[in-house]
Write a protein that binds this ligand. Sequence first.
Ligand SMILES: [Zn+2]
Length: 183
Amino acid sequence: MVAQISRFVAKYFVQFKLFETSVQTLRQSAIAAFPHTTMRQHATGPIDIDNIRYTPFLGLRTLLVRCEADNQGNLYKPMILFRNVNYNPADNIFEFDATDNGQHYQIRRLSRANTDVALRCECGDFFWRFNYYDHLDRSLYGRVRRPYIALYNPGSANPTESPGICKHLMKMAEELENLGLLE
Ligand SMILES: [Zn+2]
């Protein structure tokens, strides 16, 4: 009964969330949801992040960052949309060229811990475990997975129904921190 109530409360807060979700929050949520895994956060080492592309949306104050995550020949395309981006920074500046038109932009560095994000990856771990719950958390970028799959025992691949990120998004965030976009 207590477990049922706490699950209800958790669902309630997920569905009516009033706070923002950062890359760090999603990483910590994934680690807490699968505390005994030897994969995911422990398996980012061999992944190479290549071909990082920037698409700024100044009017929306967002920045879409896409890349290729090459895990020893298995290629995935994780992407992160950052919200509340400051395109007129006075200091703490990160510079990039937009992929579409080559135009040069300056933004205030984004926060790993605080900047609100929406993201996705096409890998199985993200699709089965996090796509649906990130959708409920308002942190999924793009289309939620097909409802009939989600309705079929949706908690089975993610017993705590937690939002989170896969190892490709974890490694992408590390790379963006190395580049200075994230701090
Ligand atoms: Zn992935």
